[in-house]
Design a binder for this molecule. Structure first.
Ligand SMILES: C[S@@+](CC[C@H](N)C(=O)[O-])C[C@H]1O[C@@H](n2cnc3c(N)ncnc32)[C@H](O)[C@@H]1O
Length: 275
């Protein structure tokens, strides 16, 4: 069966209902979503549902019998991968495989235990830095939910290097360029105010990531996965690899980077000339 995504709210409701009724999964993940409507578990649940909804859009046109391999970067407790595995593999019978990578060995051990308790054999968890991981299988879809700070950039770089068909990230905190925005650029009238500088740094960071992905051969769109009332960290970058595009063209990225002297980290993961 090929899933048809007609209405975002309906799809989210469908996913939420399916996950709510997956009691064994929720118990294994220790996700208590009925505790309180504004609690941490409920917020995480909504983020995961919003993320799954975007992934289902991609699977609308994906054949069920071809294996799709995910790499979940900064997987943490892997709520996202376990939920995606449940929805895609158990509910829609897609053939999937999930790698989860995290630099915290305690979390990786815990993910392995959960995987074993659920009998999910199509998952493997790796203790490593994102940029260092070398998956055995070719990766189709790189995902990341709230990878801290530059771990999102490691995720994007890793996805490009692996030639992933999709790179889909919901970034977390954007600390890298905030302090560089105090002076020396055309918008100092905006960034002299602390709160505006904070917000502008977030926007500029996501624009740099989106331009870098565009310049390395991806079609990029930005969407919100949940209401900002659930979390302000609700922006998702969806990047789909264009066919046959091999050359990097980072002119737009370089322009932004130079305008704000950001010395943004993404280029550092590649052997590229510094502009
Ligand atoms: C805020 S948690 C998010 C975890 C999970 N994705 C979630 O949504 O619950 C960030 C995770 O990133 C991991 N991390 C940070 N930097 C990393 C890196 N360079 N490589 C791998 N994991 C990293 C941390 O160990 C932590 O588990």
């Amino acid at each position: 069966m090929v899933y048809s995504v007609t209405n975002r709210d309906e799809t989210k409701k469908y996913i939420a209902d399916e996950l709510r009724s997956a009691k064994e999964l929720l118990r294994a993940l220790s996700l208590d979503i009925d505790k309180t409507e504004c609690g941490r578990d409920f917020k995480k649940f909504n983020e995961v549902v919003g993320f799954c909804e975007q992934i289902l859009r991609i699977f609308e046109t994906t054949p069920q019998n071809k294996e799709n391999v995910f790499l979940d970067c900064s997987c943490g407790k892997s709520y996202l991968s376990f939920a995606l595995n449940y929805i895609l593999s158990k509910r829609f019978s897609f053939v999937t495989f999930f790698y989860g990578v995290d630099s915290n060995s305690v979390l990786i051990d815990r993910c392995e235990q959960i995987k074993n308790s659920l009998g999910y054999e199509n998952m493997q968890f790796v203790h490593a830095k994102i940029i260092d991981v070398i998956p055995e299988k070719p990766i189709d879809i790189v995902i990341s939910l709230h990878a801290c700070d530059t771990a999102t950039d490691e995720t994007i770089a890793k996805g490009i290097k692996l030639g992933a068909k999709y790179i889909i990230v919901v970034p977390c905190c954007e600390n890298q360029i905030r302090n560089r925005l105090k002076d020396g650029h055309p918008l100092v009238g905006l960034t002299e105010f602390g709160l505006l500088r904070y917000r502008f740094a977030d926007i500029l960071t996501e624009a740099l990531r989106a331009q870098f992905l565009t310049g390395t051969g991806y079609v990029v769109k930005l969407v919100e996965i949940t209401s900002p009332r659930n979390t302000p960290k609700n922006l998702m970058i969806v990047a789909r690899k264009k066919k046959g595009n091999k050359e990097f063209n980072l002119d737009e990225y370089n322009k932004l980077n130079e305008m704000f002297h950001t010395e943004f980290i993404l280029k550092d993961y590649f052997q590229l000339e510094k502009s």
